[in-house]
Design a protein around this ligand. Structure first.
Ligand SMILES: *Cc1c(COP(=O)(O)O)cnc(C)c1O
Ligand SMILES: [Zn+2]
Length: 421
């Protein structure tokens, strides 16, 4: 890896070799970060070069990724997700320059594919045949899909509450699925012990330093899609904190390489019922374990695995946090669907829900440019979609009964019309 200098512990500064199996700092147990040779990257690629690259996946950014020159890219089209500017949604939220990055359009329908594809590549580099992880759902389903696409086996540990759509994905992708009777922490702890016993490749995001590097590609894409200009704010939901940290790393790498000339402020949004990282940020205190009490299962994390990098990202970016209720999350699902035609899962839209609050509170200005990342697709969790949007009209096959409903709808639409004008 000519582009990588070494791994560096964010706690004690120890430098280690960037071997594919790297996990935590061997000296102090701190998180490791990939340190790049930005001069080398700059000598190899410039912003203008991307225009001629026909590969839409994260592989277009491989100079910024910790992968061997000889490694194959992801077999699936990971990344290359659209960045929309839905004006009607902007009006409802109160923003004139709102952009939505729909990362639910990744191959297994969440942003986690960006990390899992890197895990698969690094597992192959390590000569591993099996990858393992614990997850509330999306890390698992994306690992299972990316493993299947690259000829790897997967052992996946999920907590009892993982939604059906995500478990269905695991099974279809042929993973060995262990539903642990307990919460996310229980699933995580069992996976860690199994990984140690069997020597599987570890895809647990806070422990594996390479996964955040995959996640950062969302920021590389956003910057490229905005013609290498930088939004004022980037908003994302937070569970373990790896996604937020990855978003920050992407912008920092581009800044250090000279591709962009400033950095955005980040917003990390958590659910009121699972707010460990937001609490630590707001109270300026070390992280204390919290509850896992939200229907947004992907961010139901009581003991976050990556608070250090996430808190650092928030502080370094001069960003902030927001807390949202489950009701606000469901409202955001509905608004996003109706105003923009985008279907997000609860955790996927929590960022948007938090953004709405920050605009209302005047913390984000109405003319600032904001990118909200939708991190996962709503089809993963149809039960929550039902809570957000209700049930269909059910009638006999009778045109007269339909007529009643249509008349009602017409009257309602007419009442709404004047407001629009
Ligand atoms: C995992 C996930 C998040 C949060 O990412 P963390 O790294 O745990 O903070 C947000 N939304 C969705 C849909 C996710 O799957
Ligand atoms: Zn250390």
């Amino acid at each position: 890896m000519r582009n990588v200098k070494h791994l560096e512990c964010i706690k004690c500064g120890l430098r280690t070799d960037p071997v594919p199996q790297a996990t935590l700092c061997p000296a102090c147990g701190g998180l490791l970060e990939v340190i790049y040779d930005y001069d080398w990257i700059r000598s190899k690629i410039a912003p203008a070069d991307f225009a001629g690259d026909r590969n839409p996946s994260i592989w277009r950014y491989r100079r910024f990724l910790p992968v061997e020159e000889t490694s194959p890219g992801p077999a699936l089209r990971v990344g290359g997700t659209p960045l929309y500017q839905p004006e009607a949604l902007g009006e409802v939220i109160g923003l004139a320059d709102l952009w939505i990055k729909d990362d639910g359009l990744n191959p297994t329908a969440s942003l986690k594919d960006r990390a899992s594809s890197l895990a698969a590549i690094k597992a192959l580099e390590a000569g591993a045949k099996v990858v393992a992880c614990a997850s509330t759902g999306n890390a698992a389903s994306s690992m299972a899909g990316n493993a299947a696409s690259m000829g790897l086996s997967a052992w996946i540990f999920v907590p009892q509450r993982a939604p059906q759509g995500k478990v269905a994905q695991l099974l279809i992708f042929g993973a060995n699925v262990v539903k642990v009777q307990g919460n996310y922490k229980d699933a995580f702890d069992l996976s860690a012990r199994a990984i140690e016993r069997y020597g599987w490749y570890n895809r647990n995001a806070a422990i594996n330093p390479y996964l955040m590097e995959g996640k950062k590609t969302v920021s590389l894409e956003i910057a490229e899609q905005l013609d290498w200009s930088v939004p004022d704010w980037v908003v994302v939901s937070v569970g373990d904190g790896c996604t937020l940290a990855g978003v920050w790393k992407g912008f920092v790498d581009l800044y250090q390489t000279g591709f962009i000339s400033r950095l955005p402020k980040l917003v990390g949004v958590q659910a009121e019922g699972s707010q460990a990282i937001a609490r630590a940020f707001l109270d300026n205190q070390p992280l204390a374990p919290g509850e896992e009490n939200t229907l947004a299962d992907s961010i139901a994390v009581g003991v976050p695995r990556n608070p250090d990098k996430a808190l650092k990202a928030l502080r370094d970016s001069k960003g902030t946090v927001a807390l949202v209720s489950d009701q606000e999350i469901l409202d955001a699902m509905r608004v996003l669907g109706r105003q923009a035609g985008i279907f997000g899962e609860p955790a996927g839209v929590a960022g948007l829900a938090g953004l709405r609050k920050l605009v209302r509170d005047g913390i984000i200005g109405r003319t600032e440019r904001v990118v909200a990342i939708v991190t996962g697709n709503g089809l993963k969790d149809p039960a929550s979609a039902g809570l957000a949007a209700g049930q269909p009209l059910e009638i006999p096959p009778d045109l007269n009964q339909l007529t009643e409903a249509v008349t009602c709808w017409e009257n309602e639409s007419a009442r709404k019309e004047p407001k629009r004008a």
